[in-house]
Design a binder for this molecule. Structure first.
Ligand SMILES: Cc1cc2nc3c(=O)[nH]c(=O)nc-3n(C[C@H](O)[C@H](O)[C@H](O)COP(=O)(O)O)c2cc1C
Length: 371
């Protein structure tokens, strides 16, 4: 299969899925797709350029929802109440405050990784210190061979965990990136100084950027003043944030950022994708659109599945206008020279050319597992 090479991040095509929206890429049980989007029944996930996991942390986290999977029918109202405090439809988008509710990285590798070998996977990880990010990278090094995943994505821009990631970003990049045997994507947020963060990313050997994370937001019950979300603030995603995503990508390009960018913000259809390509994106990602819809519309799941399958096909066949194709060529396998340093031990050497082998990042680039 011909692969797209974004500076070492190898994708099956230019349309991927965003962190969390397809859970861990598989459901636990065959009949009940708990934790996996219903859309997965109608769209073979292996057709996506890659599927990004939920953000995984070193230890399991309840976040603002729950790790329980054994809700009885009687307990369903309780579960839905909890769920309603972590995810809610608002205006033209969705507010969520799951707060990295996840089973932890080791359990992901035990329970889901072997069952998703048919997918091209991006593993999203998040932590609260450089040490935690190093542990996460070392775990992925130990449990996934180079080439078996597309990339690791650093989520150090999430609001729902109440932590100021700016304080650790540089340490994270300096310490964790050189350890990795896999290309690393940095996910950025419009709530932070994203141009500065992208510059840091370029200096520290990040292979590509994902833009943007969901945006910090607030909604209150007009009667009582009670926040919709358990965490008071939440993050907004979906159609409401598409113009902001476009702005961020255009501004990154205007600022001279040359790393490949995977766009995620309110993308639903072919024209959304083309708009993002014009703004400077190298690939697009479906977030809310692969899962979240008004409840009655789940009945139209098969039609929605067909629509998404068609969209994947259209993007796979898309012939970009010359200006876009030229920009993509710049962000391809050779993009590392001078800055992105898909490198050996973070020393800034150029990435391997498009040899068919995935580019490897960092100290383990000799092919051996990091300690
Ligand atoms: C319910 C939900 C859960 C999310 N969880 C994560 C997460 O665990 N890690 C992460 O990096 N982004 C997470 N996101 C953000 C999405 O990956 C994506 O960046 C954002 O929703 C913007 O894309 P969209 O407008 O297409 O949804 C989540 C978004 C939603 C709606």
């Amino acid at each position: 299969m011909a692969m797209i090479d974004l500076n070492g991040v190898r994708l099956r095509n230019r349309i991927v899925t965003s962190a969390s929206l397809l859970g861990y890429g598989a459901s636990k049980r065959k009949l009940i797709l708990y934790g996996l989007s219903p859309i997965a029944q109608w769209v073979p996930l292996e057709r996506f350029g890659a599927v990004t996991t939920r953000t995984l942390s070193v230890e399991p986290r309840e976040g603002h929802f729950s790790l329980r999977e054994d809700w009885s029918l009687r307990e369903f109202p309780q579960m839905l109440r909890l769920y309603g405090k972590a995810l809610r439809r608002v205006d033209a988008g969705w507010m969520n405050a799951f707060g990295w509710c996840n089973i932890g990285i080791e359990r992901y590798f035990d329970e889901y990784y072997p069952r998703t070998a048919n997918l091209n996977r991006i593993i999203s990880v998040g932590g609260f210190s450089a040490e935690e990010l190093c542990t996460l990278v070392e775990t992925v090094n130990r449990r996934a061979e180079p080439g078996d995943i597309a990339a690791i994505e650093f989520n150090v821009s999430c609001h729902n965990v109440n932590f100021s990631f700016e304080t650790i970003l540089e340490d994270v990049l300096r310490q964790a990136v050189p350890l990795s045997r896999h290309p690393i994507i940095l996910k950025i947020s419009p709530d932070e100084d994203y141009v500065e963060q992208a510059r840091l990313a370029q200096r520290h050997g990040i292979a590509a950027l994902t833009a943007i994370n969901a945006i910090k937001a607030l909604r209150l019950d007009p009667e009582t003043g009670e926040p919709f979300m358990k965490n008071r603030f939440g993050s907004i995603s979906g159609r409401a944030i598409k113009p902001i995503g476009l702005r961020v990508i255009a501004e990154l390009r205007d600022a001279g950022i040359t790393l490949p960018i995977i766009a995620t913000a309110g993308i639903r259809d072919f024209d959304d994708c083309r708009e993002y390509f014009w703004a400077g994106a190298d690939a697009v990602s479906l977030g809310s659109a692969v899962w979240l819809t008004r409840l009655p519309l789940y009945a139209l799941g098969p039609i929605e599945g067909l629509r998404i399958r068609r969209l994947i096909g259209r993007i796979a066949r898309y012939e970009a206008p010359a200006a876009i194709a030229a920009a993509w060529a710049e962000h391809g396998p050779a993009a590392a020279s001078g800055q992105a340093s898909v490198s050996s031990a973070g020393r800034g050497e150029a990435a391997p050319a498009a040899s068919g082998e995935p580019a490897m990042v960092g100290a383990g680039a000799g092919g051996s597992a990091a300690p």
